[in-house]
Design a protein around this ligand. Structure first.
Ligand code: 15L
Length: 265
């Protein structure tokens, strides 16, 4: 047990459900928040449904927590209004609450879609300019910038995780590069919570894959060592899609299908 109380937002989502089970080992109390149903409160859990756009609710959410794992918000390309509320207003409310409640570290679920308009024949690192592949990617870039400001101005540390594709298995050719197992996700989040000093850091959430588009060498101080590779799934994934269309933007760019989602009106 390293923490008295951790807050996990977005706890009802795909990665939230995984981390709900896994983060309990690291804290006496795990506070869980979402707008979707969180089920029953287990031992060592506190269920606190909250809307991220509700500043007052978010302020009480962060009361008495040692650190936050912020997965909450919209996680796909969507129309502007939901993204504005959950990911822009919501992340501002989160950092204001951290400032007012004295919370000193946040692990922010950013996304590979911050740099989704780089091509699949380029290798990108955290110091390259953002090239978001949609409004969702723009909102995650905003969260990265906002968290950098809260570090420079108020000393609140953040690790921005530009998560690739975290699923039980890679589902397509793109995910041979972007895939991260749930065990590696846990390793990454725990390293981000427990590294002695992180300042403001950006790290791509990927596994120990053979094909990679992302350079994490500038984030070695976090101490994340991925252990699972997409390579054992390669033959199966390639057989399912033997002739990819090399003129399809989803095949050309790192963001995959996100680069051609929308507009919505
Ligand atoms: C994301 O940011 C999404 O939240 C997730 O559902 C995946 O689609 C992932 O990116 C991806 O790029 O595969």
């Amino acid at each position: 047990i390293r923490f008295q109380r951790l807050l996990l937002t977005g706890a009802a989502g795909g990665l939230g459900q995984e981390l709900r089970a896994r983060l309990k080992a690291y804290c006496a109390t795990l506070r869980l928040s979402d707008i979707a149903n969180l089920g029953d409160e287990g031992a060592g859990e506190e269920l606190r449904p909250a809307r991220l756009e509700d500043a007052g609710a978010v302020l009480s959410l962060l009361e008495g927590v040692d650190a936050v794992v912020h997965l909450g918000g919209v996680s796909t390309e969507q129309p502007w209004e939901p993204i504005l509320q959950a990911n822009i207003v919501g992340v501002y409310n989160l950092y204001e609450a951290a400032r007012k409640q004295g919370v000193k570290r946040v692990v922010f679920a950013s996304s590979n879609h911050v740099t989704g308009f780089y091509r699949q024949d380029e290798v990108v690192g955290p110091n390259d300019p953002a090239r978001p592949d949609g409004l969702y990617g723009v909102s995650k870039a905003f969260g990265e910038d906002l968290s950098r400001f809260y570090f420079d101005r108020y000393g609140i540390e953040t690790v921005c995780l530009r998560i690739g594709s975290s699923f039980p298995e890679p589902r397509n050719r793109r995910m041979l590069a972007t895939w991260m197992s749930y065990d590696d996700l846990e390793r990454l989040v725990v390293a981000s919570l427990t590294a002695p000093v992180v300042g403001h850091s950006i790290i791509y959430g990927m596994g120990d894959n053979t094909t990679t588009w992302w350079d994490n060498t500038l984030a070695r101080h976090i101490g994340y060592r991925p252990q699972d590779s997409s390579e054992p799934f390669r033959a199966k994934v390639e057989a399912a899609d033997p002739h990819p269309d090399l003129t399809d933007p989803a095949v050309i760019y790192q963001g995959g299908p996100f680069v051609r989602t929308g507009p919505f009106e």
